[in-house]
Design a protein around this ligand. Structure first.
Ligand SMILES: *Cc1c(COP(=O)(O)O)cnc(C)c1O
Length: 226
């Protein structure tokens, strides 16, 4: 099946309130163009250099989402390019975002990445560190948190559902509170193989790569963060 058909089929499954993010990492601009022609405007990349390069050579009305592990020294390249950073995952990164966005007097839109499966291989804030992290966010002037992002551990549907439920619970708890700079609006969870379960458990943004563009060529890199 082609990219256009994939997108149409996905759209027919998604409830209206769910944003479809096309994860275009490792894919060439021709593939992104097919998705654009099918109406996609939200694209996700996990490497700073790749996002910058694509954004400079593609339609201006695209919203670029950064979904990979973000190194502090690369934040400066995202200013003016990125619509939403899904991977706010440490105080040092928070401080760097604050610093770089303050230089141009702009507010960075971000999601807190929570390491919901407590996996050492993954970045993200642990639940027990969340409140300390929030205190730091509240002091910022150039960072706005719009919600939560999770990458759950690999597992079966039951396991997926458990982690999605856990995340939704945290999302709802934070939504009740009135923290400075934090408004819980976006819950970014679910990928090609688990997005329906994620939506059932409250996701309103699904990040789909393979399901739109087909398998990635791992030799070109991109699966791992950087
Ligand atoms: C690659 C990636 C996706 C998309 O994964 P698929 O299984 O291809 O849909 C979603 N989220 C993040 C953070 C990714 O790195």
């Amino acid at each position: 099946m082609g990219i256009k058909q994939n997108i149409e089929e996905l759209r027919s499954k998604l409830p209206e309130q769910v944003t479809l993010l096309a994860v275009s990492k490792t894919k060439p601009l021709e593939a992104l163009e097919d998705a654009y022609m099918a109406g996609m405007r939200d694209f996700g990349e996990n490497k700073v250099q790749e996002l910058v390069k694509k954004s400079e050579n593609f339609h201006e009305d695209v919203r670029w989402h950064f979904i990979g592990q973000l190194q502090s020294n690369k934040v400066k390249y995202l200013v003016d390019k990125v619509h939403l950073i899904h991977s706010l995952s440490s105080i040092s990164l928070l401080n760097e975002i604050e610093k770089q966005f303050s230089k141009v007097n702009k507010v960075a839109n971000t999601l807190i990445q929570i390491n919901i499966g407590r996996e050492e291989s993954k970045s993200g804030i642990l639940e027990e560190d969340l409140y300390e992290f929030i205190e730091a966010i509240e002091k910022c002037k150039f960072v706005s948190v719009k919600g939560i992002m999770v990458i759950i551990p690999i597992g079966d549907e039951e396991s997926n559902r458990k982690y999605f439920k856990k995340t939704k619970k945290i999302f709802d708890e934070l939504k009740e509170k009135n923290y400075n700079n934090i408004s819980m609006k976006i819950l970014s969870m679910g990928m090609t193989h688990d997005f329906m379960t994620a939506i059932e458990e409250g996701s309103n943004l699904v990040r789909i790569g393979t399901g739109i563009f087909g398998e990635r060529n791992y030799n070109l890199g991109g699966e791992n963060n950087g």
